[in-house]
Design a protein around this ligand. Structure first.
Ligand SMILES: Nc1ncnc2c1ncn2[C@@H]1O[C@H](COP(=O)(O)OP(=O)(O)O)[C@@H](O)[C@H]1O
Ligand SMILES: [Mg+2]
Length: 254
């Protein structure tokens, strides 16, 4: 596992950075539980030559119960470096629901666990306060040598009229948030995904996750080709036509 990956994992974030994100409770997993989660996919079972899926430990249930007691609302379940993405279950607020999430077969998760096992990297499970994030409100911020070199809407094949209507306010919010984020970062080159929310007339921003500043991290409305076209701007699709043009560039994502 490469250091630029590992450093983005939540368990390696500086304490102060966590304050810009959702409330998080981390649990370092025992090997048995890592295997129990990985074994939800056949590939993992086959690769580890497992005949039966190991059961979760009782200690894990206890750890989850304790972690849940620190939250007042539902949680989002993920690992230090990966989540279940489309497989995420909503409204998780009890141990059984967390265990149900951990039992969802996910290649992303299994391959992450596999990499951790192969590189003797401890696996951390995180429960995070659930936050409703509107699709228009996710942004990917590209940071190189400690400076922001570009920001793009995250769901880059879509057009959101809300973004155009509120462009000035959202731009100011993102700039202000990044000014607070940058001094707290422990990595000079990183891609920070952030959430902008709008509730009761108020905009708010949170750090969702960090990704390595490498080509495998989707460039959204930018491109990594020929050294990248990051120009320090915030890019959004300004019309349905823009969104369709993006779609035609990436038919494989449809
Ligand atoms: N605390 C949360 N509450 C609700 N939804 C979340 C939360 N954190 C992330 N999400 C949603 O889940 C998606 C995937 O989560 P993310 O933390 O980015 O993990 P991954 O490494 O799998 O991309 C995000 O793009 C966002 O839409
Ligand atoms: Mg993400």
């Amino acid at each position: 596992m490469y250091t630029e990956h590992k450093q983005t994992f939540i368990e390696n974030w500086p304490e102060a950075l966590l304050t810009l994100s959702f409330q998080s409770e981390g649990i370092e997993l025992r090997e048995r539980d890592v295997f129990a989660i990985g074994a939800c996919t056949h590939e993992f079972m086959d690769a580890k030559k497992l005949l039966e899926r190991p059961a979760f430990s009782e200690q894990l249930r206890d750890d989850i119960e304790y972690a849940l007691s620190r939250f007042t609302g539902p949680v989002f379940v993920r690992f230090g470096g990966v989540s279940y993405h489309e497989g995420s279950i909503q409204n998780i607020n009890n141990v059984d629901a967390v265990v149900k999430q951990l039992s969802v077969p996910s290649h992303r998760v299994a391959s992450y666990l596999w990499d951790c096992i192969q590189s003797s990297t401890p696996v951390w499970l995180f429960l995070r306060a659930w936050q409703d994030i509107p699709r228009w409100g996710e942004f990917r911020c590209f940071i190189e040598n400690g400076s922001v070199v570009g920001v793009s809407q995250y769901h880059c094949l879509e057009y959101f009229s809300f973004l155009l209507k509120n462009a000035d306010e959202i731009r100011q919010l993102i700039i202000g948030f990044l000014q607070r984020l940058i001094p707290l970062l422990h990595i000079e080159n990183v891609v920070a995904d952030i959430a902008v929310t709008y509730q009761d007339g108020n905009f708010n921003a949170f750090l969702i996750e960090l990704n390595p500043f490498i080509q495998r991290t989707d460039a959204c409305l930018f491109s990594w080709s020929n050294g990248g076209d990051f120009n320090g701007r915030i890019r959004i699709n300004r019309s349905q036509t823009d969104a369709l043009r993006e779609k035609s560039k990436r038919p494989y994502l449809l």
